[in-house]
Write a protein that binds this ligand. Sequence first.
Ligand code: CTP
Length: 401
Amino acid sequence: MNSLPVARPLRHVVLGVTGGIAAYKAAELTRLLVKEGISVDVVMTRAATQFITPMTLQALSGKTVLTDLWQSGAANAMGHIDLSRGVDAIVVAPASADFIAKLAHGLADDLLSTLCLARDCPLLVAPTMNVQMWNKPATQRNVAQLEADGIEILGPGSGSQACGEVGDGRMIEPEEIMAALHAWAQPKSLSGKRVLLTAGPTFEAIDPVRGITNLSSGKMGFALAQACAEAGAKVTLVAGPAALPTPASVTRVDVQSAAEMTAAVDAAIDSTQVFIAVAAVADYAPTQVHPSKLKKGNSAMTLELQPTVDILGRVAARPKPPYCVGFAAETDDVAENAEAKRRKKKLPLLVANRVQDTMGRDENEVTLLDDKGAHPLPKMNKLALARRLVAEIAIRLSGLG
Ligand code: CTP
């Protein structure tokens, strides 16, 4: 087995803070970074110190906050160079219009801009400014220049601004910056690929208020959709009823029943290179949906059910199927039942787990089954597992696995 693609390390970052009202959010961002065990060196511009004190960020980062090119404390007076060596990334959040303009032109007239110019590590910036400033051709030119220079732009968001105006230019929230940072760090192993997933339970109506469903939360499928998008894929997620937010950059198609899920998959499958069926699709649906609410009677009631379409089985049986990945949640004899399922559905890869280990939980422990045998993976949270599965799929797709 060839080695799996690995994520960029995120152990030590420089957090640059520039002048803007969103500077107060740098406190929360510092806290979130530290909470994840990431070492943070904060560097503030003079303008930033007008919005939040260095002491706040020093208390949260546990390190001296640097603000001055001439007081960086390095014995060799090369603080601006030393600081960026050995860090995994410089993140400037918030990045003002003025600072973005400086970066675009290679100006270096304070510690942070000098540090950015002297860096030998990746640079990510989260813009913050008034909507009119963001929309100005000069800003758009500068941002395009930063992108052309390989600098990662995080956001901006849209919405109401501190100045009272509404539109683009708001710094994305610290949680979103964290998510964007982790997404950026993932290897782009599915770049250019179209991935279609099913997730969640289905709901098979009996009458207007009742139906048959199951305990699937959709967490594993949504985590996989996120991991595929982070890996650079164009992702469509066909979701049964699941109260989960749509992962960034994922196109979501909401459905209720197995029949609707089948139709949504049929509509998207032609352009798909990878199909991952995570949904707990009902195997049977009521033959008839009663148009009005069923009334209670005194005798036993019989519900007639008919089998639903096996969505994964049908996709895998296409003359030129996409790379198909199935999930099998079993209560007993997991490995035998799952391998039988893999062969029956003719799948190159099947992820087997115990119902007790996965349904509704945040963690999962799975075994991968492919033509070469069974490969157990350690227990991990569903997002970590999703990223691992993406790496496993990518390496098999490339023919190296
Ligand atoms: N699946 C599907 N369409 C169905 C039923 C299942 O696409 N109508 C997919 C699931 O998304 C999963 C795989 O098939 O990837 C296995 O699902 P599972 O419910 O474990 O197996 P079944 O094929 O339904 O067999 P059984 O219920 O008898 O275990």
